[in-house]
Design a protein around this ligand. Structure first.
Ligand code: NAD
Length: 356
């Protein structure tokens, strides 16, 4: 297969970690007979330096012309004092809006080799943690009307939470499709004992379930889900939920796995094009020192193969290679443990590529 990948290296450790992901993708292409063409695009601080804009239209156009986008990270202290509308993070908002990605997918996976880094008790961790949170990204209370006014001599605030059937249906489909590509279990999380938006959510998800008889659907109230994620995370395969619930639950879920450098993410919209990036930032404190952990970015590339390019075997091969390298005892500084072999960013990437 022939695929065009827009590559945004960004700032800080961005270029280092993206280079390692490309090393791994090139090895996959060679082994499975694909061609990946890379289109470099500038976004973030480096784009501000070059063009005076964190994501000029011509750079966004490059991303829109590709089959998917692989992003490192943007931002850093050098650009902290630029005006708000020109900050590197504006590039992130602009690319999400420009690509129309309404679903954010974040896996919570514990690597058994790193289990001791989890804050959960060993007896919970040893049952396994491997689930994905599919979060609605551009609707709900974050995008409703916000206002504060005077009433009866005091200030009153309102934030409107609104969802339409079509908004719920399109994210619901991503939930079902994601479950279909995994262990075929979908947990729909809402607050239908209190909220109208949640009752509509539940009704739409159940209507959709008729189209996905191979996926086992369960419902869970969000407060119970927050408890279950720390009590028995092994029960989850895919969680689908609205914007604010997903924001909170996905941070909780990333904490229980231990290390920020290991976690990938994807954002998807109507088509198969997606935006793939690790969940961490540009780590200016270790940039340019060959200390960064490239695994979150490498696993983001694996998600791109699985979810945008329909290449499950290729994605499996990357995840298996990461597993092997960790089992062989190689660690970057952030996940270093006693008795293990410390390697830099470039060596970690080479080891994973060799293990494909
Ligand atoms: P950060 O995630 O960059 O770093 C937090 C800590 O984790 C640091 O100690 C860093 O060294 C470490 N770390 C992060 N990723 C690592 C990796 N792959 N390997 C090893 N260690 C790693 O968060 P921050 O320090 O709050 O933010 C730094 C900059 O990144 C800021 O300008 C912020 O705005 C930006 N940021 C960008 C994104 C993005 O591009 N999506 C996300 C978050 C923050």
């Amino acid at each position: 297969m022939n695929k065009k990948i827009a590559v945004i290296r960004g700032d800080g450790i961005g270029p280092e970690i993206v280079n390692e992901a490309i090393k791994v993708l090139d090895k996959v292409a060679e082994k499975f007979g694909h061609t990946f063409e890379y289109i470099n695009a500038d976004m973030g601080g480096c784009a501000i330096d070059k063009y005076g804009d964190p994501l000029p239209q011509h750079e966004l156009d490059k991303c829109l012309s590709a089959d998917s986008v692989l992003l490192g990270a943007v931002g850093g202290p050098k650009w902290d004092s630029v005006p708000g509308n020109l900050r590197p993070e504006k590039g992130l908002l602009r690319i999400r809006a420009g690509m129309g990605v309404y679903s954010n997918n974040r896996p919570a996976k514990i690597w058994p080799q790193l289990a001791s880094a989890s804050p959960l008790k060993p007896e919970i961790v040893e049952k396994g943690i491997d689930f994905i949170i599919v979060r609605e990204l551009i609707g709900g209370v974050y995008f409703g009307e916000h206002k504060t006014y005077e009433q009866g001599g005091e200030k009153v605030s309102e934030d409107v939470m609104k969802y339409s059937e079509s908004e719920i249906e399109r994210i619901g489909r991503i939930g079902f499709e994601t479950a279909r590509k995994r262990r075929k279990k979908l947990c729909s999380v809402e607050k239908s004992n209190v909220l109208d938006t949640s009752r509509l959510w539940k009704a739409v998800i159940h209507r959709l379930a008729e189209e996905y008889p191979d996926v086992e659907l369960t419902d869970m109230l969000v407060d119970n889900c927050a408890m279950q994620i720390v009590k028995n995370p092994a029960q989850f395969d895919v969680i689908v939920t609205e914007n604010m619930f997903g924001d909170i639950l996905s941070d909780e879920a990333s904490m229980i796995t231990g290390s920020i450098g290991m976690i990938p993410s994807s954002s998807l919209g109507a088509g198969s094009n997606g935006l793939y990036e690790p969940i961490h930032g540009s780590a200016p404190d270790i940039a340019g020192q060959d200390k960064a952990n490239p695994i979150g970015t490498v696993l983001s590339a694996a998600m791109m193969l699985r979810f945008s390019f329909d290449m499950p075997k290729e994605a499996d091969s990357i995840e298996a290679a990461v597993n092997k390298v960790l089992s062989d005892g190689y660690r970057t500084g952030d996940i270093m443990q006693e008795g293990m072999k410390r390697v830099g960013c470039a060596e970690m990437g080479s080891l994973i590529a060799q293990a494909i």
